[in-house]
Structures are given as structure tokens and as C-alpha cells.
Design a protein around this ligand. Sequence first.
Ligand SMILES: NC(=O)c1ccc[n+]([C@@H]2O[C@H](COP(=O)([O-])OP(=O)(O)OC[C@H]3O[C@@H](n4cnc5c(N)ncnc54)[C@H](OP(=O)(O)O)[C@@H]3O)[C@@H](O)[C@H]2O)c1
Length: 345
Amino acid sequence: MTNRKGIDIAVVGATGLVGREILSVLEKTKFPVGKLLPFNSGRKAASVKFRGKSIAARGATLEALAEAQLVFMVSSDEVSEQWGRALAERGVWVIDDSAAFRLADDVPLVIPEVNADAMTKDKRLIAGPNCTLTGAAVAGWPIIQKAGVKAIRMASYQAVSGAGREALNEFRSHVRAANGALKKADPLALPSEPKASAMPKTAAFNVFPQVGSFNAEGECSEEVKVRKELRKIWGRPNLPVSATTVRVPVFRGHSLAFWLETERPVTPDEAKKLLTGAPGVELWKNGGYPTPLGTGGSYPVHVSRIRPGAHERELALWVVSDNLLKGAALNSVQIAEALLKKGWL
Ligand SMILES: NC(=O)c1ccc[n+]([C@@H]2O[C@H](COP(=O)([O-])OP(=O)(O)OC[C@H]3O[C@@H](n4cnc5c(N)ncnc54)[C@H](OP(=O)(O)O)[C@@H]3O)[C@@H](O)[C@H]2O)c1
């Protein structure tokens, strides 16, 4: 239960891209934070800003983390594996944004607008999903509840910030280098392709169909995550899902071309009605459509261009959502808010 001074919260990875957004969402939503305990790798001195104060981040230990009632884990799979279960066993609520526990049978994988009922009082370790499928999961859910689902197909256009701070910094330096090259007189001269180290290819002025590593079937790990996590969140364990995940030169905001094949026919107008006012959805009407540049930093899943797909049981949609917010930090804070509302925190 909340004490009078609020809930003591630790953020592991507070200095990273998602960690910074968690602090910002906690501030904006006026979540009742008592003590804020920020953690980083401990490799160099760093501090974070929270409610106008600068707070030093430090390296994590189990004892230090267990001082909190709620721990947001936004660091890496390895760090989450190190602390996640041990903290939950000590009675600390853990909301984990890494991929470490998402598919574990005993860990709820939660998007509150879709499957808040997956949370139970005794399961103190809760996972948030991969940022790419979140938009599809939220946008598709009101339609699926009405018309069922037979198959999902999607192509993603993913921002560089989805790969973390190092990738984003590398992208920015590649853009600066390429801008220099564009001063050449020949308009057809390509900028040179600088060597990428944080991602498989350079993202500046480029597009590449690889997010994560490839498996023996030629799928990349992001494509596998989209399939497996969507199945778990929607409670459709055998749903056919085909995704092509693509990195594009965008700072923040993942976009999806998304085809939803339903069991029963549903017209675009019916789908629009179902999505009007649906939780977490902003429906774009009158021909408008969202872009990642125009909607970056915003909270909702933006849905637009709802039109017929390949046949009467398929819809095609354009969906944009902020990978750092609804794809990670905002979703995690919403999970915490749901715990608070249930009186479990
Ligand atoms: N980026 C996204 O859009 C997104 C979306 C959904 C989920 N996620 C997941 O969220 C997590 C964080 O992603 P991110 O993009 O924010 O990464 P990031 O920008 O690279 O930040 C990583 C953070 O982890 C900290 N860290 C590194 N090693 C640590 C250790 N041993 N102990 C404690 N902290 C450590 C870093 O601290 P230093 O400052 O000391 O290096 C930094 O604060 C990842 O698991 C990622 O898969 C990310």
C-alpha cells in the first residue's frame, strides 16, 4: 500500500533513453513517487533530473534495489536476468522492459489497454512488450474483440532510438558527416556509407531490413518477437503472424503498415467506429495521417488510413506510436498505475 510519502521507486537504467522517459512520465502523470532511486552501470558518474532536483545515479546491488517498493528495469536483458526474479521473490514489484521474461509462462506480458487482467497479486514480476508490436496490439484489439483474428501481416519502419542511446548517438554523428558530403556540387553523389558499429548498417539516409540477429529460417529476432509476443498478449497462441522489420532514419516513433485479417467481415467504417474513443488510440480522420516526426513524444497509438485489404475480411492500417513512450516507458508507468488502482502497490 502507498505510504503517506508515496512509493519508493528504483529505475535501473535511469540514464538511458527509456529511463529518462520513465522519469518524465512519472513527473507528468503525477505518480505518487516517494524516494526516487536511479541506477546506471556505475561505470561513470552520472545524475538524473527529477522534479527539479539532480539525483546521482549509482551501480545496482540487490540490497540497494530492494529498498524500493517498485523497480523499473530498463537496462538490458542480462541486467534484468540478474535482478528481476530475486527482487520479485523479496516482494518488490518489478516492471521489466527487456526481453528477458516476456515469454516466461509465469510472467504476465502486459499492455494495460489490452490485457490488464493478466496481472495477479502474486506475480510481482511483470514484463512490458517489445516496442514494435505495441502499436499493432493496441490498434488491433478493439477490432479483434468484435470480428476475431485469422492472421496478421506487417512491415515496420523503426526509429533508431529503438536500438538505444549508443545507436542514436552514432546515427546523429553519421547524419552530420553525410550532411558535409551533401555540400558537393553533384546532386546525384551519394554520401559515403560510414562504418556502423552500434547497428548492422548505417541508418543515416538509409533503410535496412534487419532488427536484431537472424535465425536459421532467415527471420530477424525482432520479427520473431512480434509474432510470439502478439500471440501472448492477445491470447491467440497459434495466430499466424508475418512481419518484416525495417530500420529507417527516424529519431523516435515506430510506424507500421499493418494488415489485419479477421474471422468475420468488417468494413473500414465499422473499424473506425470501433476505434473511436478506444483506450490508448488516437484515430486520425478526414484523410490525415500521423508521421513519426509529427507525433514523436506523444502518448497515444496513432491510427489512420483504415481501408480494405486484399479481401472483405482484411483491413489495411497505418499505425504510428512512440517506441520510447507507449513502446516502453509510458506502458510501464501505466502498469504501475494499474497496480496502484488495484491497491496492490
Ligand atoms: N529503446 C526503446 O525504444 C525500447 C523499447 C522497448 C524496450 N526497450 C528495452 O529497454 C531497455 C533499455 O533500453 P534503452 O534504449 O533505454 O537503452 P540505453 O539507452 O542503451 O540505456 C541503457 C541503460 O542501462 C544502463 N546500464 C548498462 N549496464 C548496466 C548495469 N550493469 N547495471 C545497471 N544499469 C546498466 C545504462 O547506464 P550507463 O549510463 O551507465 O551506461 C543506461 O542507463 C532495454 O532492455 C531495451 O531492450 C527499449
